[in-house]
Design a protein around this ligand. Structure first.
Ligand SMILES: Nc1ncnc2c1ncn2[C@@H]1O[C@H](COP(=O)(O)OP(=O)(O)OP(=O)(O)O)[C@@H](O)[C@H]1O
Length: 251
């Protein structure tokens, strides 16, 4: 389970996350939704240990990434908003480097590399240097890096960004397999069809906190909406839309 407890974060004196709390259960896929700038990436970067919260706590399993970043990283796969590939390495060298950094060696390392190569259909890219890779190819390699050490928790920031239809399908299939194996999966997205297809639970962020959570059906019931998209708009922009209707300035 991933737990976020009372997390606050400011940038240049502006509050981005305010007493943010939620949990991501094992064996479930949880979607994190929010308007542009709502703080999703900031939240995911804090869980990944790439950014410190001003206050509050995060747990990956039992581990606090602030106290034990290496231990948390072993249990966590991250697909971030910046791919950060090492362009002079081939895909095989790059993934091998990351798997070794997570403590894999010998036959265990070989098995992990082969598994990820097959599952993510990376054969045609395997011995190519990543310099010049397309966005979709870069995303596939990032996903492979996140999965190569078989983490029990997975955090993905808009993972289908740049993927073509077949690659997006492959990603969805992979996430569903990981869920069945008990992995706790958290992903951010703006694509409602994808959220509906994949998520067990949805978290809606606005104003730096969670303003709605539940299954897609529960959110629709709570807001009296006919679709998940309408529920999201109601929860994430409801106050702004009300103000707009009253002729007050928005923003
Ligand atoms: N390092 C930083 N310095 C200053 N402001 C930042 C920094 N990182 C994020 N922000 C600001 O924090 C807010 C939340 O950004 P964040 O990237 O978390 O949003 P998001 O929900 O992921 O948005 P999107 O859907 O557009 O990707 C934005 O207003 C952003 O400009």
């Amino acid at each position: 389970m991933i737990k976020v407890e009372g997390v606050n974060k400011q940038f240049s004196g502006v509050s981005i996350l305010r007493n943010l709390s939620f949990s991501v259960p094992d064996g479930e896929i949880t979607a994190l939704l929010g308007a542009n700038g709502a703080g999703k990436t900031t939240c995911l970067r804090i869980i990944a240990g790439l950014l410190n919260a001003d206050s509050g706590k995060v747990f990956v399993g039992d581990i606090d990434p602030c106290k034990n970043p290496k231990g948390a990283r072993r249990q966590l796969g991250i697909v971030g908003d910046r791919e950060g590939l090492y362009e002079r390495l081939t895909v095989a060298e790059y993934l091998s480097f990351f798997a070794c950094a997570q403590g894999l060696t010998g036959s265990e390392l070989e098995f992990a590399l082969q598994s990820v190569k097959e599952e993510l259909e990376l054969s045609n890219l395997w011995n190519r240097r990543t310099k010049g890779f397309s966005q979709g190819e870069r995303m596939k390699v990032s996903l492979a890096r996140a999965l190569v050490h078989r983490p029990s928790h997975l955090v993905l920031d808009e993972p289908t960004r740049g993927l073509d239809i077949l690659a997006a399908r492959l990603l969805r299939k992979t996430l569903l397999r990981l869920r069945a194996e008990g992995t706790a999966v958290l992903f951010s997205s703006h694509i409602m069809a994808e959220v509906l297809e994949l998520s067990d639970r949805v978290l809606v962020m606005a104003g730096g906190s969670i303003v709605g959570s539940g299954t897609p059906d529960e959110l629709m019931q709570q807001t009296g909406s006919a679709s998940l998209e309408d529920s999201f708009v109601e929860l994430a922009y409801g106050n702004l839309l009300e103000k707009d209707k009253c002729g007050e300035p928005v923003g």
